[in-house]
Design a protein around this ligand. Sequence first.
Ligand SMILES: C[S@@+](CC[C@H](N)C(=O)[O-])C[C@H]1O[C@@H](n2cnc3c(N)ncnc32)[C@H](O)[C@@H]1O
Length: 218
Amino acid sequence: MRLSPDQRTKLDETNDAFFYESPRFVTHVDDGFIQQLTDLYQARLQPNTRILDLMSSWVSHLPDEMAFTHVEGHGLNAEELARNPRLNHYFVQNLNQEPKLPLPDQSFDAVLNTVSVQYIQYPEAIFSEIHRVLKPGGVAIISFSNRMFYQKAIQAWREGSEADRVKLVEGYFASVPGFTRPEVIARQAQVPGIMQLLGMGGGDPFYAVIAERDKGQG
Ligand SMILES: C[S@@+](CC[C@H](N)C(=O)[O-])C[C@H]1O[C@@H](n2cnc3c(N)ncnc32)[C@H](O)[C@@H]1O
């Protein structure tokens, strides 16, 4: 799968660096989403391994009780990344201008991308880089909800349903030879029965698309 030029467009086509110039010390999803993500990391990540948090900010959502050998952070705002307590090192790079990561081949056990995949205009190139930096058997966990900075999300994301977005991310993995078939976790927010009866909405839906770099590849 390759996106068409139109599908890559953003309503705000100015340099993403301008949009992220000022730090945002907020969380972009609700506590229910974050808890599900932290639980997923607890289940899927191994302690004392090397983690890359791609498109990170001042929070990484990693389980507090889990220690890692190295957590590399990446994002667009240095002030946010400097405040992130889990990062051992970080770098700032606009992935829509320079997709090549300044990281060695096969150097990470896991690559994480949280509520940010909708901003990537060249996902085929970025997922190829994710594959390159993962060790064989290493895991990529792409999580997202239904919130976004609308003007900065690509057209393919904006115009799709939530189910379409899951398919899009599955397609990003499929565009790179050497990933396992992605596993999908899709959960609507848990809403107490009384709130459902009152027609009150729940929290943020939780989606994760997970694939591993094939073990066979040396
Ligand atoms: C909604 S925030 C999510 C931050 C973090 N992953 C979290 O869970 O809170 C989106 C992040 O994507 C990053 N980002 C957006 N456009 C980018 C681009 N063109 N290149 C690199 N990073 C980008 C920004 O730095 C921002 O921190």
